[in-house]
Design a protein around this ligand. Sequence first.
Ligand code: ZN
Length: 198
Amino acid sequence: MYSAGYLARKVWIDYVIVWVRWGASVKIPLDYICVKSGILCPRCQALVDSGEVDSREVDIMRALIELEESGNQLLKKAVYHKAYFINSQMIVIVMDLGVGTSVPVYTKYARNIEKGLANKLGVKVKLIPHTSDLRSLALHLLYPARVLGVNTLWLPNGSVEYVVRVSRRDRRFLEKNREFFEKILTELSGKKVQIRYE
Ligand SMILES: [Zn+2]
């Protein structure tokens, strides 16, 4: 027979599992209550003041919570990392959806969330997964432009940079925001990245 201690532990563990499942929601760097009320506690305010979270991201997090509350199940296992404000019409959001980083799979799941956020925020939204794999990042970020490959560039001073090669025919998708895309790829991959058409 099971000892009382074992049973107590088992009941407790089951309780925790149920609680975690029930309580699972999109993970955001600020507190839910702060985002929903718009009144930030000292911890959340400090994250905004330090620049770790952009004050404009509060609206994005609120929109995510609303989407989840209106029934988007996928957001329950999603992890929000950060947003890049490309221009007044476009936001790139780094977010794990719990579905891996494969382009067709991630894109399929991202579409609904992108649409929902775009409706709420009034701007174009693009989701990309959280990964340091430069090729994967470039495929997601630069889509629909075709990424031909990633080259390593050894500079005379011994440092290394990376060149993301994109089809010349897709220049029109990227050129306007090329510097932003290079900055995002550099920041997320931790490698100096430039985009080149060929
Ligand atoms: Zn807070």
